[in-house]
Design a protein around this ligand. Sequence first.
Ligand SMILES: Nc1ncnc2c1ncn2[C@@H]1O[C@H](COP(=O)(O)OP(=O)(O)O)[C@@H](O)[C@H]1O
Ligand SMILES: [Mg+2]
Length: 304
Amino acid sequence: MGVIISTVNMKGGVGKTTLTVNLATCLAKHYDKRVLVLDLDSQISATLSMISPHDFAKVRKKRRTLSYLLDNVITPNPWSKLDIHDLIYPNVCNLEGLELLPGDIELYDEYLVSEMLHGKALQEQGKEFQKVWDDFELVMIKQLIEPVIDDYDFIIMDCAPGYNLMTRSGIAASNFYLLPARPEPLSLVGIQLLERRIAKLKKNHQDTQTLNINLLGIVFILSAGGLMGRYYKQVMKRVRDDFYPHQLFEQSIPMDVNVAKAVDLFTPAVVAMPNSTGSKAFIKLTEEFLEKIKVSQKQLVTAG
Ligand SMILES: Nc1ncnc2c1ncn2[C@@H]1O[C@H](COP(=O)(O)OP(=O)(O)O)[C@@H](O)[C@H]1O
Ligand SMILES: [Mg+2]
């Protein structure tokens, strides 16, 4: 069964999307893994980092984006013809094994979700609306990816900043979450806030289902050098005191203009500029990622 991972941080612009697409690409390119990227952010940055706007316009015109599946979950339509297999964009960047479920600028209508859940609460007399909402949140993304879990080694979900329904549902469907962050004091507060929210999410669902979501690790995105670089190193030291070593990736990702420029080519840096400093860091990080997954799975087997 595929390992499901979400890339999260309540802050925007910290490198979630860049990490998602480069890690996914490295796994397919260097480790022959079958990987699906799910773009859960209506800013569609992951989508446009992997396919061109022209290709995106074509899939959107045919409604072959995540929004089609969400519509079906929110207002089920017995006549709908497509399933998740029809929407997956294969061989991204001509890499066998790298696939994308394109996102959409309009993912779902909160009003319709609310209306549908109110209807459900009425049907299931006596069930509190909050409970109905929590249950929906738990299964929304899980149900959607269920038919393809076995087709992949990894399903990686790029979450939006903040903590919206898609993010919560993505986290609830995940085995692990990855947390890219800049080593800045407020960023560290953000990490702790997110951890608290995930603990709450687990608690909300504890009577119905045990959610086995664990932090795979914090990935630091470092400033290149100069005074900022030195300051980041000082904060990193503090972080090492605050977190357990297994909660951190040893490999960090340096700011590298090539990584930023790759977005212009609608191709992840590890394909567009494989010899750049940033790409090399992503390749090393992928090795560490696989090692961490292996260790966690061994622990699960031992515990089970
Ligand atoms: N290692 C890096 N080097 C250079 N630019 C980067 C790096 N990581 C991210 N960026 C750039 O920073 C911006 C924000 O990154 P992004 O991955 O979109 O963040 P998020 O998904 O958290 O909002 C983007 O323009 C991206 O190209
Ligand atoms: Mg993003």
